[in-house]
Design a protein around this ligand. Structure first.
Ligand code: NAG
Ligand code: NAG
Length: 333
């Protein structure tokens, strides 16, 4: 009986630790969570999401039961997973890493708390910014301290660097050291996931999509990756921070280049429908009404979104909610 009580208590504590948002450890369901949660919510980025989920699942895979400790060590990741995500603004890069953070640190990502915040304490987001010359040294040491503190205090860190192409040479050097020689940071980095994000290459992705007649399924992961790798290398060589050898080594440390494509009119239409249902539907139900937008009404709203040269929305999905605020929220009031 005593044994029973103890094991019940242990199970309860374990369950509480994981369901309590605020864990800094990847939950055991992280791979499955990512595989269902991300594709269900991100619109129009199947290629990037599929590769991201595969990369994360492979990185987190446990050795099969019964494997000897030495064989288990041989398959365990020895370096952080390093992913570079590219694409125009507003097409889902930030949304994706937020969903990924919820999926990594919560048994039930949909019920997680705020993220960034209590729902994903293991995740840290940094922004690559150009600082004034005079601020640079103090900024660099502040950023370095923040990164190292986070990596040392977090069991399984997710580090996101937005606009990483804007990092100055010193910060880029720090990042390069960190991913190439994680042991130097004294942090447990081998299970860490580092996600770099940038708008770099978005014109190339737009050109690829146009050449494919707007059909994203015609673009292969290899073609997108090869283009993005070249764009990044070219940019780094134009603004050299380190020896060419170090630049090439940094680029080859990047495991995946993910393409986030411009959104098409069809995808904006789908997003508009979702926005109406999820944002305005519940409020109308609370008033005892229901929301059944006619296709013509949805098209009318989509026409209010600014498309560049009639093909891709200038601000990605950002205008979906602002168009609704302008034209729908008043009807509700
Ligand atoms: C890592 O630990 C060693 C020995 O304690 C120390 O000398 C070194 O400065 C530490 N590195 C960092 C980046 O803090
Ligand atoms: C897009 O391309 C895929 C693969 O080539 C093809 O199977 C599919 O039918 C195309 N879709 C459209 C709408 O043309």
């Amino acid at each position: 009986m005593a044994f029973f009580v103890i094991s019940a208590v242990t199970a309860l504590i374990a369950a509480t630790l994981y369901s309590m948002s605020g864990t800094t450890r990847f939950v055991p369901d992280a791979c499955r969570n990512a595989g269902s949660y991300l594709p269900a919510h991100v619109v129009g980025q199947d290629l990037a999401i599929r590769q991201l989920v595969d990369a994360v699942c492979e990185h987190l895979a446990e050795p099969p039961p019964g494997v000897s400790p030495s064989a288990a060590r041989a398959v365990a990741p020895r370096k952080p997973l390093l992913i570079s995500a590219h694409g125009p603004p507003g097409v889902g890069k930030t949304f994706t890493h937020t969903l990924l953070a919820r999926a990594l640190y919560n048994r039930d990502p949909a019920a997680a708390g705020e993220c960034p915040g209590d729902g994903c304490k293991g995740a840290k987001v940094l922004y690559g910014m150009s600082y004034l010359e005079s601020d640079r040294a103090s900024q660099l040491s502040a950023v370095r301290d923040a990164v190292l503190d986070h990596l040392r205090s977090t069991s399984n860190p997710l580090l996101v660097v937005e606009e990483y192409d804007k990092l100055d040479c010193e910060s880029r050097g720090m990042l390069r050291q960190l991913v190439r020689h994680p042991e130097l940071s004294n942090a447990s980095m081998s299970r860490a996931i580092v996600l770099l994000e940038s708008n770099l290459g978005f014109l190339d992705l737009e050109a690829m999509l146009t050449a494919a007649g707007g059909n994203k399924s015609k673009i292969t992961a290899e073609a997108a990756e090869s283009t993005l790798r070249q764009v990044v290398l070219q940019q780094w060589r134009r603004k050299p921070c380190e020896s060419l050898e170090d630049t090439l080594a940094f680029a080859s440390a990047i495991d995946f280049f993910l393409p986030f494509f411009p959104l098409t009119r069809q995808e904006i239409t789908a997003l508009m429908r979702t926005e109406l249902h999820e944002h305005y539907g519940p409020r109308l139900r609370a008033l005892g009404a229901s929301l059944l937008p006619e296709p013509a009404a949805v098209s009318w709203l989509v026409e209010r979104v600014d498309f560049s040269g009639d093909s891709y929305p200038l601000e990605g999905a950002k205008q979906v909610s602002t168009v609704c605020v302008k034209h729908v929220s008043r009807l509700r009031r």
